[in-house]
Design a protein around this ligand. Structure first.
Ligand SMILES: [Zn+2]
Length: 135
């Protein structure tokens, strides 16, 4: 399967390095403490330029999702679960839900980050549903 390969920028490089190290990194403003994703050059709440990288827990909850039922391009395989995930730290991020029970995904499910080799040396975050959702 071909995939769209992310290209790290100067701003996002620490995020991608975190993924390669098995750590989901978010930016936190050193002024107002706001935590944000995706990586930016300044705080999206107060515009301060002093940001630090923090390690997220990797836990979150499904805000919404879709399952690809038509293959519109080689990069988007049928059956993929694409979700918006509210991370426990606050930011919302788009990712994939993977694993044998991914097609049972429901809004509100607890998920946990995993990391996958995405291609061209880039590691990307994906999520699996917590076992508590499958009872
Ligand atoms: Zn701020």
């Amino acid at each position: 399967m071909s995939r769209v390969i992310p290209r790290p920028t100067k701003t996002s490089a620490p995020y991608w390095a975190g993924c390669a190290a098995g750590e989901l990194r978010l930016q936190q403003c050193t002024g107002c403490q706001h935590i944000q994703f995706y990586p930016r050059i300044c705080c999206c709440k107060c515009a301060a330029k002093e940001l630090r990288w923090i390690a997220a827990s990797g836990g979150g909850r499904i805000a919404t999702f879709t399952i690809m039922h038509q293959q519109m391009a080689d990069e988007y395989a049928m059956g993929q679960v694409v979700a918006l995930i509210d991370l426990d730290e606050g930011p919302r991020m788009m990712s994939h839900v993977v694993g044998e029970n991914a097609s049972d995904t429901k809004v509100g499910d607890r998920v946990q980050v995993q990391f996958q080799e995405w291609g061209d040396g880039v590691t990307a975050p994906v999520f699996t549903r917590d076992r508590v959702n499958t009872k």
